[in-house]
Design a protein. Sequence first.
Length: 178
Amino acid sequence: MSATPTTDPATRGDRPRSTIGALAVLTAALALLAGPIGAVAGLATALTWYGLGTPYALAAGHVVLAAAFPEGIGLETFLLVELAFVAVLLAAVVRTPTVLRDAVVVLASAIAFVGAGWIVADSRSIWIAAGTLSLLVALAAYALHRYELVSLGLVPDAVDTPPDANVDADADSPTHEQ
């Protein structure tokens, strides 16, 4: 065990007040919209956040959201609850070194996914809505993967290496001179 104190909030034991406040808002919103089971769902989300962190809390929160509204959820209720989830995510973004850029990405992603879900929801087919949102998530994941490869310099420039620079296609041919 190290004698030097760490500055990472996740390992130091204290939790940022902004995220705790956002989780309190989420728990209150779920309690108001779904009653006692909503309060339990909010507390489960908060406990998951405390133990595992923000991404796991968001995943667990959406799972318990499905349990809190077994007969379905209205559009207004869904938007209010998702707004509280976005607040939890933004509260976590506040601790990053690039706050503004990350906050813009979070808000743009939330608007894009909610907007696409709203547009597709008019078709009244759950399969079309689920397929469309799954496709959007897959495209976003691939775009993030490509961005990561380029930013880490793992993609060679086309100018640096021609496509056949390292391949001697006729090395096995009988007319190839050694």
